[in-house]
Ligand binder design. Structure first.
Ligand code: FES
Length: 238
């Protein structure tokens, strides 16, 4: 582990070394299973990939329990076990002709996938507008501004009030379920419900589809958040 800095109370940005095969470069919305302990807690923790630069991988996380509290006390040089990247990530194949215009709507630690997302989708020729919501102080907004076509920030209110979904070919969201549901309702009311994709959070044990610990009822039957997701069309899961 190379660095681990607090970016806001309860939120940390961790940088680690991860030898990555060229065909396994992390995509926006993928995650890794992290652990920095031997046996207790039993489970590794699924953490979204925030950025990837060569063999340097970055994770933005919030301290919400025992595992993430342990991460927050790590120092440069401490060892960290990383399994991944895992999961499907946000779809990259939505546009058959011209690249689209995308809104990425994140709340709290749910802004994490959109730092890499803005880089990758703009790199593919898309226009990317970011909408970042915070319940406390905003953080990393200058870094996000360097990557996107526009950044809208809302502190203490509802980021979903800031967006007109009809202007976008696709809307990606990650964060508190109440925020993602509000956005889904807004998209449906605007007649663009099929354009929104959500990244779900779940407790995970294996992270690779082997234990059924993260099963989720969807319109298409039971799916595993870790392997079939964590990104799903909103109309399948909300
Ligand atoms: Fe084991 Fe998803 S965590 S199947």
């Amino acid at each position: 582990m190379r660095s681990n800095r607090q970016v806001s109370p309860g939120f940390y940005l961790l940088e680690a070394e991860l030898p990555i095969r060229p065909d396994r470069i992390p995509r926006a919305g993928q995650f890794c299973m992290l652990r920095s302990w031997d046996s207790i807690p039993v489970l590794s923790r699924p953490i979204s990939v925030f950025d990837a630069q060569g063999s340097r991988v970055f994770f933005l996380y919030k301290t919400v329990g025992r595992g993430t509290a342990i991460f927050s006390r790590l120092n440069p040089g401490d060892s960290l076990t990383i399994q991944g990247p895992l999961g499907n990530g946000f779809p990259m194949d939505l546009w058959s002709n011209a690249p689209g215009r995308i809104a990425m709507v994140g709340g709290g630690a749910g802004i994490a996938p959109f730092y890499l997302g803005a880089k990758q989708y703009r790199g593919a020729g898309c226009t990317v507008d970011l909408y970042l919501g915070f319940s406390g102080a905003a953080f990393l907004t200058d870094e996000y501004r360097d990557r996107a076509d526009s950044v809208t920030v809302n502190v203490g209110g509802r980021i979903t009030d800031e967006i007109d979904p009809t202007g976008y070919d696709a809307i990606f969201t990650c964060g508190p379920e109440i925020m993602m549901k509000a956005l889904w309702e807004k998209c449906k009311a605007c007649g663009v419900g099929e354009r929104i994709f959500v990244s779900l959070e779940a407790r995970m044990a294996c992270g690779v589809g082997a234990c059924y610990g993260c099963s989720k009822q969807t319109a298409g039957g039971n799916k595993k958040v870790c392997k079939d997701g964590p990104v799903f069309p909103a109309e399948d899961v909300l």
